[in-house]
Structures are given as structure tokens and as C-alpha cells.
Design a protein. Sequence first.
Length: 241
Amino acid sequence: MSTFWGTDQAFRCFLAMTAEAVLWQKGELTMSEKNMLGGSGLAEVAGPLKDFAEKLGGEEGKEWLAAFKRFLRTEEPWPKVPEFPIWKTIKLGTGLKVAEDFRHALSDGGFRLSDWANGILGKPAFTAAAEETEVDLIKVTVAELGFKKGARRDQIYERAKELGLELCSPEVGPQLRLQYHDQPNGEWILVAMEPIIGSDGGPDVFYVERLDSGLWLDSNWSNPDDFWNADNQWVFCLPCK
């Protein structure tokens, strides 16, 4: 087993010193037993353990705990954050306010709207921005997020957030469809958003697709434990500047 320290020995040493510190503090080690383990262990690890405990209790405690869990899985605790290029910038709050406005705009533009996407457009959870604003979109595959064999939707969202990406507002779905005219045939892209419960009772997210039949706005079931293949594409938002 290798670790980010590079050797099994270093990993075992860390665990041994940590165990020694815990046992010593609980009074479960005699002085002779402590000396048998190697007297320098407690002194070496006491400071880092105190620092680690303070990190866990601080504002970034969740990030430190996630890093420690990655360390225990022998993964890189602080993976290098990839720099995702901006794929497309679109406008929200363009004057389309309610579902009927979007339906008319899609129809007038020659776009296709599935029954399922049409259904979640009319749900209370679907809202549009009150003022015009621009959002930068990042298009990534599941593999580019680090899941070479695919991942569940909850894992995909969690990893994207760790990498500084944000979920999109529901309005991104129809606005992306209206503003993405040159989509290649056969491409379909899921919108990373909080799912909206559709008429069929399932949690749906929008996706945009181009088929021989035209440019579609559609939706797909997206339960937290639904599995997505490594080559599936998702759109996330960059944080507002």
C-alpha cells in the first residue's frame, strides 16, 4: 500500500505515533511501554494532532475532514484543483419570467420541448432571475471530475463543489437551450441543478440534446444514487465574481 508520503513505512509510522499519543493521553500506556514504542513518537505527533484538532473545529473543518478521509483511503489528501476553461457564457433574467414565457420562446425559436421538461417548467421550484445577469458555464465529463469508472449523482455534485464549481439555477436549462444553437448532433448535456419533482414523482434535471429531429430541451430522472457513466457530460456554473 502506497501513500502520498511515498512509502508504507511512513504511513505505519504515522499510525503508530497517533495510536501512541491517544493511548498515552488515556493513561493506557506505562512509561516502560511508551519507551518500548520509541520515546520520540508522542513528542513528534502531539503538536500536529493539536493543530489537526483545531483545523477540524475551524471554519474549514469539513474540508479538513474530507482531506483526512482521502488520506485514509490512500488518496491524495489535497488533490490539485484542475483549471476548467469556461465553456459558454449565457444570460439569465432576459425578461422570460414564467413557464409560459419559456414555452413560447422555445416554440418560436423552433426548439423541441419534451413532456417531462415541460412538466418541471411549470413547477413552483422553477424560477427565473429578476434581473439580467451572465453566468459562466463549465462543461465536464464524470471522468474529468476524477471518476474514471463513473459515479453516483451525489458523488458528482460533491466533487464538483470541492473543485470550486456550483450548481446551476433551474433557469440555466431552458436558457442554455435557447442560446446554444450550434450543438453537435448526438450530443446531450445534463444540467447540474437541484432536481425538481416532476409529474411522474421523480426528481428531474434538465438536459439539452441535439437529434436528427431537432434541438431538444428534455429532462432526466436524477436520484442521488443514480449512476452516471464516465463519459456523461454535466454543466456546472462558476461562482459569480
